[in-house]
Design a protein around this ligand. Structure first.
Ligand SMILES: Cc1cc2nc3c(=O)[nH]c(=O)nc-3n(C[C@H](O)[C@H](O)[C@H](O)COP(=O)(O)O)c2cc1C
Length: 192
């Protein structure tokens, strides 16, 4: 039920003129409870989770391994709305990652492979990645580009609580909280 609502709000944002609202801020913590957040692109929304992809070796991957609890905020500025989701991170398995890898455009696959060994690390110049990209493009000319399982990592955020917030301009703001109890979503209006 709440996932249908998220999709409807995303569609509305697009109809109001946003070309790409499908991104959210993902907050994770280190094992010492130091928080950090960043934007990730929504790859898919199913009936229990939000799917996104990242590179192995990044800070978020380390943190999601250390503490699978995460919070995500989807900001829809044209509607003055947000969706806040608190839940647990689950890694996709190898077959699922392979499936999504095959749906990527070649250019994105090459970019992913070019990150190998440097993702999240300091580099002297972006030319390092440009050179790797060029050499990979030559190497895989006219052939399928293989997935690097250490690099291409899909994750699901499985929320247990979702807040839908609509900012009120002339009226009060509205907050609807969905909480998952015994596999059923319960809906509650909250005072802002
Ligand atoms: C518009 C936009 C979309 C992004 N999408 C993703 C994404 O889907 N996956 C990802 O790992 N990083 C994405 N990034 C980069 C992250 O925000 C972040 O800078 C990077 O992944 C490193 O994060 P970390 O060091 O906290 O792990 C995106 C950045 C922007 C600005």
């Amino acid at each position: 039920m709440p996932f249908k609502q998220i999709k409807e709000w995303l569609e509305k944002e697009k109809s109001l003129g946003s070309s790409n609202p499908d991104r959210f801020v993902l907050a994770t913590t280190s094992k010492n409870a130091v928080p950090h957040s960043r934007i990730v692109a929504i790859r898919e929304i199913d009936d229990k989770s939000i799917l996104f992809f990242t590179q192995g070796g990044t800070r978020k991957v380390k943190e999601m391994n250390e503490n699978p609890l995460a919070s995500a905020t989807l900001w829809l500025p044209l509607q003055q709305r947000e969706v806040v989701m608190d839940g647990t991170i689950e890694a996709l398995n190898m077959n699922e990652n392979e499936h999504y890898w095959k749906t990527l455009p070649r250019e994105s696959q090459l970019k992913f492979l070019a990150y190998a060994g440097t993702s999240g690390q300091a580099i002297d110049s972006i030319n390092l990645l440009n050179d790797k990209h060029k050499s990979l493009a030559n190497q895989y000319q006219n052939t399928e580009i293989p997935m690097n399982a250490k690099l291409y990592c899909g994750y699901r955020l499985v929320p247990e609580i979702i807040y839908f917030y609509t900012l009120g301009v002339e009226s009060f703001s509205e907050i609807i909280r969905f909480s998952l109890k015994n596999n059923r979503w319960q809906q509650q209006l909250l005072s802002p």
